[in-house]
Write a protein that binds this ligand. Structure first.
Ligand code: ATP
Length: 219
């Protein structure tokens, strides 16, 4: 399995408190990881740092074999990494517009944009919502739309922050069912969660923030 990202020492401190001080870690291409740890261990913080939403300066960063800096956040990562918030923010336009927005911003227009958005809506099971006002959507619908919005960008690395946290049984299963297709498309997925169903997905590797370090768990 080839390496997508190798991160050197990465530290986060708030005032006197060191949230984590990770020696190093690496993520492989097209691999799923669950990121666990107790409340406050720093799961969201770590994902936000990798996604360029929080500033971070690891001692080194290799991305697709290329030596880069995380600060300022480089264009290679801006193009290749997508962070999905636990409660995704939507423009109050339409579902289709929300899914296509990022692609349009990258210059994809016309029939190609429409076809890609349509395929993503089918994939996420949200075609019936295409003209719905995003403000009226349930948490599960929003999460699936956020995954469709991410998928159309074909990210190399997708960071999901507790995607099933506020969902009940059926909605959770619908979201979990979308993850394998993301891997098949070649995306590496890191999922911060406490959800046993996600943690138990076949082939998913476990990363745990514990005592300020990031450890690989094989059980
Ligand atoms: N801007 C900030 N200022 C001060 N402390 C912060 C800030 N952001 C996060 N923290 C602290 O950093 C720690 C890690 O927070 P984070 O949200 O990353 O944890 P988490 O593992 O995602 O927790 P949870 O499982 O509850 O979502 C917490 O103690 C939090 O209070």
């Amino acid at each position: 399995m080839s390496s997508l990202m190798m991160v050197g020492r990465l530290r986060r401190q708030h005032g006197e408190r060191v949230v984590f001080d990770i020696a190093d870690f690496s993520l492989d291409v097209a691999t799923a990881y669950v990121l666990t740890g107790i409340n406050g261990a720093g799961k969201t913080t770590l994902l936000r740092m990798l996604g360029g939403l929080d500033k971070s300066e690891p001692s080194s960063l290799l991305w697709c074999g290329q030596l880069l800096q995380l600060a300022p956040y480089p264009p290679e990562l801006r193009a290749g990494v997508v962070y999905v918030h636990q409660d995704p923010i939507m423009f109050s336009t339409s579902v289709a517009h929300n899914i296509g927005y990022g692609l349009a911003a990258r210059g994809v227009v016309g029939a190609r944009l429409a076809q890609t958005v349509e395929a993503a809506m089918v994939w996420a099971g949200v075609t019936h919502l295409r003209d719905a006002n995003p403000a009226s959507l349930s948490g599960g619908e929003k999460q699936r739309i956020a995954l469709a919005r991410a998928k159309v960008l074909a990210p190399k690395l997708l960071l999901l922050d507790e995607p099933t946290a506020n969902l009940d049984g059926a909605a959770r299963e619908q979201v979990i069912a979308l993850i394998p297709a993301l891997l098949e498309a070649g995306t590496t997925v890191v999922i911060a969660c406490h959800d046993r169903d996600l943690i138990g997905l076949p082939g998913v590797r476990r990363l745990k923030l514990r005592d300020g370090d990031l450890i690989y768990r094989f059980s």
